[in-house]
Design a protein around this ligand. Structure first.
Ligand code: S3P
Length: 171
């Protein structure tokens, strides 16, 4: 089985996916990292130099390639991956893929994302107040995509270990 973790920026997808992969003894893959490795540039650099549309096309191409692999793995997506092109449909329709939405509330996401904004081009340079308002609207737009995941896990107040146990019990 391929397990795909999705959710908004700052919801802990990469951290939880990595720990889950250890627990399940499966390889860990991270979509943003795959793209960064292939292009030899950070996500922020790619957005700045080539633009978001280029990034979204690349993201979609890499998602398709990864899900078509024969090997199983735990994959963390970028926050926007399910919301562009036909990506979510592809995740839903690919055999052997199970998706998990790591759901967090706006206040939690804002407090996590206020640090390290520079690495995330969509929120870079926003004040704390502006960030909260932006996340509120953005999450509202993205929620219909995230909620198409096979499973929903609330992350509030839970440790990485607890989340790993909770997700493991789903399968
Ligand atoms: C994005 C989220 C980022 C990265 C890019 C765009 C988004 O991934 O793919 O900056 O559109 O939400 P993380 O969710 O891992 O920060």
């Amino acid at each position: 089985m391929k397990i795909v973790l999705l959710g908004y920026m700052g919801s802990g997808k990469s951290t939880v996916a990595k720990a889950l992969s250890v627990r399940l003894n499966l390889p860990f893959r991270d979509l943003d990292q795959e793209i960064e490795k292939f292009l030899g540039a950070s996500v922020a650099e790619i957005f700045n130099q080539k633009g978001e549309i280029f990034y979204r096309k690349t993201e979609s191409k890499f998602l398709h390639e990864l899900l078509e692999y024969k090997e199983d793995f735990v994959l963390s997506l970028g926050g926007g991956t399910p919301c562009y092109g036909m990506n979510m449909k592809f995740i839903e329709q690919t055999e052997g893929v199970r998706s998990v939405y790591l759901k967090a509330n706006v206040a939690e996401l804002s407090s996590r994302l206020i640090k390290g904004q520079d690495q995330r081009p969509l929120i870079a340079g926003r004040s704390e107040e502006d960030l909260m308002e932006f996340i509120g609207k953005h999450l509202f737009e993205r929620m219909p995509f995230y909620e198409r995941a096979n499973h929903l896990v609330l992350i509030s107040g839970k440790s990485v270990e607890q989340l790993v146990e909770e997700i493991t019990a789903l399968f």
